[in-house]
Design a protein around this ligand. Structure first.
Ligand SMILES: NC(=O)c1ccc[n+]([C@@H]2O[C@H](COP(=O)([O-])OP(=O)(O)OC[C@H]3O[C@@H](n4cnc5c(N)ncnc54)[C@H](O)[C@@H]3O)[C@@H](O)[C@H]2O)c1
Length: 275
């Protein structure tokens, strides 16, 4: 007689009791940004979610949506380009919850244009928000994670950090490339302490920011612009913020316990298209 088939454990994505910080958990315009969808996903998995944003009202809206579903969350106001804001915010979080189990660095800004259209000030500002704040927020959580010998860091890059996306987006692309490499370096250095660090690489995602800031690169008509973006993608559509959030939740959870120092592309096949 054959031995009984061992039961297959479910995916251990439960985040009950975990303190998750999402830096950039609001949305630049009403609707579902990646950070907001991720905050709700973490809360649905049982986490206590700390929603940081420079737009306090937007962070509070994310918290309201979580509370409406019975989840746990609180809002913090911080400009992630300002070191003292970051330090104050994490001091408040540590004071209240004692630790941070997951850091999800979600903030990202850009400006279209190549070298002739990008000023030194633009590059400094975009670097401060996209890259420097990743390092500064890691400085806030790594000591506690080292002490506890566990923790997960998640950064958000972009396909623009890997490939040319069809129009010049120099400062955004180069800083997103830096996000990927910084996360890989942190992963290697801190792996011996049981800390994992990975990057989610979204493709063309239909968020309020795209309508507000990016769609005009494709067409002045928003519907046409969205269709033009969708047509580029092998799966023939833009992704949703929720589809990116699922990938974030996987990497943040114990379901990804043997995954560190890598990138998870959530791009409908876009990056591999002409590879
Ligand atoms: N939407 C896409 O197609 C797409 C594609 C690839 C990567 N991404 C990346 O995903 C992330 C989220 O994008 P989104 O489209 O949901 O955009 P979003 O702009 O709505 O979300 C970013 C949030 O960060 C906040 N923020 C910006 N600068 C900040 C600062 N200095 N301090 C604190 N908070 C700040 C904003 O207020 C906003 O709530 C970004 O890193 C973006 O680069 C988006």
């Amino acid at each position: 007689m054959n031995a009984p088939t061992p039961s297959v454990p479910g995916l251990p994505t439960d985040l009950s009791g975990r303190i998750v910080v999402v830096a950039g958990g609001g949305s630049v315009a009403p609707g579902w940004s990646i950070g907001r969808a991720a905050c709700l996903t973490y809360a649905r998995l049982g986490a206590q979610v700390c929603v940081l944003d420079r737009d306090h009202a937007s962070a509070q809206e994310t918290v309201r949506l979580i509370h409406e579903e019975g989840g746990q969350a609180c809002a913090y106001e911080a400009d992630m380009a300002v070191e003292t804001d970051i330090a104050q915010c994490f001091a408040d979080i540590h004071g209240r919850f004692g630790q941070v189990d997951v850091l999800h660095h979600n903030v990202g800004i850009g400006k279209t244009g190549g070298p002739m259209e990008t000023s030194a000030e633009d590059l400094d500002r975009i670097h401060a928000v996209n890259v420097k704040s990743l390092m500064l927020s890691c400085q806030q959580v790594l000591p506690g994670m080292v002490q506890r010998r566990s923790g997960a860091i998640l950064s958000i890059a972009s396909v623009a950090g890997i490939s040319y996306v069809g129009y010049p987006h120099l400062a955004y692309s180069t800083t997103k490339a830096a996000v990927i490499q910084m996360t890989r370096m942190i992963a290697q250095q801190y792996a011996p302490y049981g800390i994992r660090a990975n990057t989610v690489v979204p493709g063309l995602i239909d968020t309020p920011r795209v309508a507000a800031n990016v769609a005009h690169m494709f067409s002045q008509n928003l519907d046409e612009a969205k269709e033009a973006r969708a047509r580029q993608v092998p799966l023939n559509r833009m992704g949703t913020a929720w589809e990116v959030a699922q990938a974030c939740a996987f990497l943040a959870s114990d379901a990804a316990s043997y995954i560190t120092g890598t990138e998870l592309l959530v791009d409908g096949g876009l990056t591999g298209k002409y590879a």
